[in-house]
Design a protein around this ligand. Sequence first.
Ligand SMILES: Nc1ncnc2c1ncn2[C@@H]1O[C@H](COP(=O)(O)OP(=O)(O)OP(=O)(O)O)[C@@H](O)[C@H]1O
Ligand SMILES: CC(=O)C(=O)O
Length: 741
Amino acid sequence: MSQSIHLLTPSNLAISKHHSSFLSTFNRRLPVITTTTKTTAPSFPKLSIRASSSDREPSVLVTDNGKSSSGLQSPPSHSDHALSSSIEVDAVTEAELRENGFRSTRRTKLVCTIGPATSGFDQLESLAVGGMNVARINMCHGTREWHREVIQRVRRLNEDKGYAVAIMMDTEGSEIHMGDLGGASSAKAEDGEVWTFSVRAFGSTLPEHTINVNYEGFAELKWRKLMDDMMLADVKVGDELLVDGGMVRFEVIEKLGPDVKCKCTDPGLLLPRANLTFWRDGSLVRERNAMLPTISSKDWLDIDFGIAEGVDFIAVSFVKSAEVINHLKSYIAARSRDSDIAVIAKIESIDSLKNLEEIIRASDGAMVARGDLGAQIPLEQVPAAQQKIVQVCRQLNKPVIVASQLLESMIEYPTPTRAEVADVSEAVRQRADALMLSGESAMGQFPEKSLAVLRSVSLRIERWWREEKRHEAMELPAIGSSFSDSISEQICICAAKMGKYSLNTFLSELRFSSYLFSLLLLHMEQYLDVNCDFAANNLEVDALFVYTKTGHMASLLSRCRPDCPIFAFTNTTSVRRRLNLQWGLIPFRVSFSDDMESNLNKTLSLLKARNLIKSGDLVIAVSDILQCIQGVGERRTLVRRVTRERFLGTGAGLGVVWGSGTTTSGSPVPEDLLRCWCVSKTWYAFIHYRRIIKAHLQPSIETNSFVTLLIQESGCTKINFEYFSLPFQDDDTVGPQSRAN
Ligand SMILES: Nc1ncnc2c1ncn2[C@@H]1O[C@H](COP(=O)(O)OP(=O)(O)OP(=O)(O)O)[C@@H](O)[C@H]1O
Ligand SMILES: CC(=O)C(=O)O
């Protein structure tokens, strides 16, 4: 049995009258310049991808899938279809896709802190089944050996069950915190009780109402002499001592050598290694933390451990500036040349807020660490800080995690409070990439339930957002640092819009400021011609496909937060895991060849065989993989000969728009203007058609100024062409479009 799948693609260059209304819209927006070039359109077959169980496709990359989660159908077993095993996707994603279709998959990613409640293999598997995308280990707690075992279990889970759960290692950082509670999981401090906070070493048993503090300069007078600078930071009688950002409060009533006696003013639960901050006259006493190095000597040892274990992310606590991130990145690069470890900056201090943009620019992602942040700034300022951090990350294309106390009450109770659900909803509504469980999953009584709450709230809010068509107004500034990056960015912005808007909205949004808009319009036009059952007003595509080796283009798509999910195909396991943190990405691993056409056919066949896509689904595919185009060398030569320009391009992929010429200052312009691989055999053939290339080049040569873009005017027996110039300025930015002649 074989079926065809419709793609958003021009399947025929002739346009029928049937779509004249669309075309008139199209033409209204494009100033028409026609040439008399008489060209017969090449005739190309309608694109039809066949998938059947007899298709022979490449190597097996995945083992069996895991069990399905409650409420989700079990995926077919490995033996059901040998073909399906050539693509690596986990059981939960598969079941979600089958159950709910493309549009209803969860976009917000979930991070779980692993602690005593969840460190066993079965517990980890339950979390993976429940939707955990990233497992976080906190080096503040437990031994390296303990963490190593957790890492190994997660890796085994991935290997055995096909998951792509990434590991995030969180460094302890230079914070002042309590020690362990002599083996107890918590201790209750009651109103008016006097507790001793001490820097003394007590061994395994602590005297009653005594807390060990990790920082020796906390109280001892002798330290004052040695560390003069620290004098200001020493605790003083009358200071307020906040545990865990204010979950419990004490007043300092007496200092006795290494001991500080404190009276509890706000009772609560003390947790092992909770952080401590001091307030004096209503202000945070910050000097101590500011003087400690961001990455302590213990942290460096932990980082070595993380590198050796091949964790996917290292989260750095108490980042104060971009410098420390850059330093850590160089350190990682020097230690492990092939390392793919991403560095996440935890925003949890006043300094990190002050230098937010430079820190996020330097990092590979950020965490809104609300626990410590709430201890450093007034609590009522945390929501605004969260919104700002999420926004800056999105603008700079860095994944962002909202962390801490999302479902705090679920450490003890099986149901969250309404306020907690509202808090989770707000983070989802802000379109954060990921939500994180801390104590809820590490030591709470209901880790799986907590995860299920995050999952169901995320799904519901995302659906509500889509149903309400709440398109946000967030401006995404250009971030590409090179010409090539800018093109990738434009491709993704445009592709995401096509996944989001109806055709009319899309057209009304359209500004001819990029090649891609025009190019994709051409696609749509031709698609409409041959797919009469496709309502012209309903462009909303079902999924975006991105083929990426590094993950960069996938993350550019994610940044646009399209309405449809993004299937990210990559050929490395580590990139697949890393992409698992990013909003809306469903990462798959497949083996790639240099031929994108065959990659696409292959993945479509594989997905179809697994019932993950079906006939009639509409997808757009883009890629950052350079294309090996047969015979392109000859055409490059042609371009070079005709234009006498220095060849700059690399001929990357389908959808190449041929350009030539110079900028006003005489510098050459790249000729592979687009690397938009728009899933189209016909477009591919079209743009490689010699006559088309010549016709396109002619105006460039005549004007000898700007790159020109070929637009086909439709509905004619002969093909007329419109030409537009899009100036590429000396700094590689794209200027406003104008008519070429
Ligand atoms: N590996 C572990 N071993 C024992 N307990 C753990 C472990 N990881 C977490 N916990 C428990 O779960 C609680 C919440 O975890 P979390 O990682 O948020 O710690 P934290 O102390 O608040 O540090 P941070 O400020 O870095 O988040 C901790 O206070 C601790 O009680
Ligand atoms: C997660 C973390 O470190 C915090 O919220 O402080």
